[in-house]
Design a binder for this molecule. Structure first.
Ligand code: 9D3
Length: 250
């Protein structure tokens, strides 16, 4: 996969793309990152990339020429996804990460406090993405979020130790609690079942605790998944526990 990032602040990316799993993916040749300062594609001799809005008002608007020129220079005959990072975009999810991981070429466009000329949205971008409802200073951190979530899904990037297929947002449930040694830490004990060696019972306990956690913290996720008969039966157990605790607690 090739990932081109168009930004006025390319220096923000070196650490994130060079380190850890994202860096190793590039070293292995699974992904190639290119950082492009779209100021280099400005048509003015001073490298102007923005201008005042037609119709007046405050703020600046990113001009179309630098971004169109930059995307046209890197297109290479293919049809890359051209993704505009913007607060009004579609909310980013694991499902979209999985879709983008199928592409050969992504182009991520990062704005910075200015708006985009509407013709960039209409005639250059194929997608507009927001990573959530909070205000950042630019699209660079969101672009890093997209790169991170996509690259880890590419074949060969994650070791066998942790497959992307069992991620909590891929299964639709939150993860069950995890414990490691010691079995008793300051009097706080690891649940006996985990020390029992009964693998089938442990798997059932883990699924039950995943359901408990998802029901408590993210009931919206529970409504989106298809429940297996085992999950239904465990949810009934959880409901029964709640009723019992209600009786005992009063
Ligand atoms: C309210 C008017 N705007 C400023 C002139 C809106 C605005 C534009 C751009 C506010 C912030 C930004 C910078 N943010 C992004 O470019 C951005 C973003 C975000 O702020 N939150 C979540 N996802 C994203 S993706 C790009």
């Amino acid at each position: 996969m090739r990932i081109d990032i168009l930004t006025l602040f390319p220096e923000m990316f070196a650490g994130v793309l060079g380190a850890s799993i994202l860096g190793k993916a590039a070293d292995k040749g699974i992904v190639q990152y290119r950082l492009i300062n779209f100021r280099d594609y400005s048509e003015s001799k001073h490298g102007t990339v923005d201008d005042v809005p037609y119709g007046g008002g405050g703020g600046m608007v990113l001009k179309p020429e630098p971004l169109f020129n930059a995307v046209e220079a890197i297109r290479e005959g293919g049809q890359p996804r051209v993704i505009l990072m913007c607060p009004q975009g579609k909310r980013y999810t694991q499902q979209l990460a999985e879709e983008l991981a199928q592409e050969e070429h992504l182009v991520l466009i990062c704005g910075h406090y200015e708006g985009y000329d509407e013709r960039i949205r209409e005639h250059l971008a194929t997608d507009e993405i927001s990573i959530g409802d909070y205000v950042l200073t630019g699209g660079e951190l969101p672009a890093m979020v997209v790169v991170d979530s996509v690259v880890r899904l590419l074949p060969g990037v994650l070791g066998n130790e942790r497959s992307a297929a069992c991620d909590s947002f891929a299964t639709g449930l939150l993860e069950h609690p995890h414990y490691t040694r010691p079995a008793d830490f300051r009097g706080w004990k690891v649940p006996d079942i985990l020390l029992s060696g009964h693998h089938a019972k442990i798997e059932r306990w883990r699924l039950k605790e995943s359901l408990r956690r998802t029901k408590e913290r993210r009931p919206d996720l529970l409504e989106q998944i298809e429940l297996t008969p085992e999950m239904r039966s465990l949810l009934h157990e959880l409901e029964a526990e709640q009723k019992n605790s209600g009786q005992a607690g009063d």
